[in-house]
Design a protein around this ligand. Structure first.
Ligand code: HEM
Length: 206
């Protein structure tokens, strides 16, 4: 195959196709079904937020140098999910004793990934940015059922200055070789698996 840019299926569509089953599995997970069905109470919602905070604060620490580079070189303004989750969790007030590290405002910056890890980082970010699309739907229900809570995390895709189509163009601009696209797909599938594990584990986090 020639450069993925000129292929029939552009990289952003190849990523969607290659992860469709993982997305369906995430949507079908008991935790997501409960969330959408309005069956999570305050504590269940808080457990879900806490589990996602654990995953995403670690990921942001792993990738912080890369995210800075992405902002500078490609103008992608990544919005911190860990910060949004932290604000949501602090608003619930319940988790403060269980997650004292939430009081920290920043996670430490780790190393910059090697050049050949950049497509993988982009594949991971694809899952995170894409999940904000579902969040736009989810937050509407949350505001009706839990109006006393702020829902910063699930609202992060609303009114964004970084629309999804721009992110798809970024994928198409960067994932120009078959090897880079394959690395991004592998990483995206791994990221979906990390989310899936997080969703399964979340009731045990409190
Ligand atoms: C019940 C939960 C979920 C619902 C209702 C949902 C719904 C949606 C919707 C409506 C879209 C937009 C499709 C479009 O406009 O093109 C979308 C895209 C996406 N979602 Fe979800 N989602 C959910 C959970 C998740 C989770 C947990 C993740 C990540 C772990 C995720 C990752 C993605 C990704 C990566 C895309 C982009 C797909 C593409 O390439 O077009 N979603 N989702």
């Amino acid at each position: 195959m020639a450069g993925a840019r000129s292929a029939v299926s552009p990289p952003h569509l190849a990523l969607r196709t290659a992860t469709r089953d993982a997305h369906e599995a995430a949507e079908a997970s008991p935790m997501m079904r409960s969330l959408v069905a309005g069956e999570l109470d305050d504590l269940g919602y808080e457990r879900l937020l806490a589990a996602q905070w654990t995953l995403l604060s670690r990921w942001e620490a792993e990738r912080s140098a890369w995210l800075d580079t992405l902002r500078v070189l490609h103008g992608w303004p990544y919005a911190s999910r860990a910060a949004a989750l932290r604000r949501d969790l602090m608003a619930t007030g319940i988790q403060r004793d269980h997650l004292p590290e939430l009081r920290q405002t920043a996670v430490p910056s780790l190393r910059m990934p090697a050049d050949d890890a950049l497509p993988a980082a982009l594949g991971e970010l694809y899952v995170i940015e894409g999940s904000a699309l579902g969040g736009r739907v989810i937050v509407k229900g949350l505001r009706e059922r839990l109006p006393h809570l702020p829902h910063h995390f699930y609202a992060i895709g609303e009114g964004t200055a970084a629309p999804w189509r721009r992110f798809q163009s970024l994928l198409d601009d960067v994932l120009t070789s078959p090897a880079s696209l394959a690395a991004a797909i592998d990483a995206a599938r791994h990221m979906f698996a990390r989310f899936q594990q997080t969703l399964q584990d979340s009731p045990a986090h409190v």
